[in-house]
Design a protein around this ligand. Structure first.
Ligand code: GLN
Length: 338
């Protein structure tokens, strides 16, 4: 039986009305399931997505992302008992881009705790990830740490008493410890391209500075931000790194449970930018996307999941990756709402 087709996750106005709701999940608690069945499902998912006629558009703002072939897919799942399951291109490193914002925020929360919330809010923006619109209205206090303006503030906070090199090496150390894998690196050519073409981010940083919400010189904060976006990881590594946010037993003790729950809340409300509501509606799990086509998703207490497919939908989130996320949660019954 083929997996049901899911509609594009474009803006509501582009969606055919019959795809507005497919309320076909069984009610009640999630049944315990067999990892063997889940592995078979992931393999089937990986095979079937390759039949997709529309993989979305890869990001084109830098050549390194524009040159990636869109028809690629990988999914990795780590379960609460430590079982690791993957399908597709699980060992291909990709540019994690905005998924890095979750881990940078985790680092900063570890360093300065709730002080960061004086500088950045915790509300969904309803705007594109690189929008400058609300920044003027709200006097330089970004809506949340997952849009670019908010992430620049987080990164700027990471630079308190640290040179960019030191902040980045701490950040990489945190990611490696979270994933239990030393083989995680920054791609210097992606970082250089981000700097070369990141005109909007330059504008956002300068705007923040004009409101005194950037404590370092804009070029220092920007340089650090461009490098954190250029981290490369595989879905296997990313799913391992997500264990602490999913609060899985055996995750490295890098974060208190209360903090993990709050990160999850932010991922749910802000992790997919102006597509966050639709992602929550369809998938029902906190997730964070990046313009490289990665998605990190957590089923608290149950699993950490990473998906990658580089073609994007009109929100700038992975097109096939989002569709696969919905199919996975349909299959497993995982949802923070059940
Ligand atoms: N490097 C990208 C940017 O700053 C990250 C954005 C994203 O992944 N959505 O524009």
């Amino acid at each position: 039986v083929p997996l049901p087709r899911r509609a594009d996750y474009g803006p509501a106005s582009h969606r055919p009305p019959e795809t507005a709701m497919t309320d076909d999940r069984p009610a009640g608690p999630v049944p315990p399931f067999d990892p063997g069945k889940l592995k078979a499902f992931l393999d089937r998912l990986s095979t079937e997505v390759h039949a997709a006629d529309d993989w979305g558009q890869v990001a084109t703002y830098i050549p390194e992302l524009a040159d990636v072939a869109p028809n690629q897919f990988a999914i990795s799942v780590v379960l609460a008992d430590g079982t690791r399951l993957s399908a597709g291109a699980r060992s291909v490193p990709f540019s994690i881009q905005s998924v890095s914002k979750v881990f940078m925020l985790a680092c900063v929360l570890g360093r300065e705790g709730d002080n960061i919330w004086r500088r950045v809010d915790r509300e969904p923006s309803g705007d594109r990830f690189d929008s400058i619109l609300l920044l003027e209205q709200e006097k330089g206090r970004p809506r949340n740490p997952f849009i670019n303006a908010g992430a620049l503030v987080t990164t700027d906070a990471m630079l308190a008493n640290r040179a960019p090199k030191q902040a980045l090496s701490e950040f990489l150390g945190f990611l490696r410890a979270a994933a239990g894998d030393e083989d995680i690196h920054i791609d210097p050519s992606v970082a250089a391209s981000e700097a070369r073409y990141g005109f909007r981010n330059v504008a956002l940083a300068n705007y923040l500075k004009s409101y005194d919400n950037l404590h370092n010189a804009p070029e220092l904060t920007l340089g650090t931000y461009f490098h954190q976006c250029a981290v490369e990881m595989t879905t296997d590594q990313l799913a391992m790194a997500g264990r602490m946010i999913a609060q899985l037993p055996g995750a490295p003790p890098l974060m208190a449970p209360a903090r993990a729950r709050r990160l999850g809340a932010l991922m749910m409300t802000c992790g997919h930018y102006d597509g966050s509501g639709d992602f929550a509606f369809r998938v029902g799990l906190p997730g964070k996307s990046g313009v490289g086509g990665g998605i990190l998703m957590v089923a608290p207490g149950r699993a950490s999941i990473a998906i990658w497919s580089p073609g994007l939908n009109s929100y700038g989130n992975s097109k096939v990756g989002t569709e696969a996320a919905e199919l996975l949660t349909d299959f497993t019954g995982w949802s923070v709402f059940s």
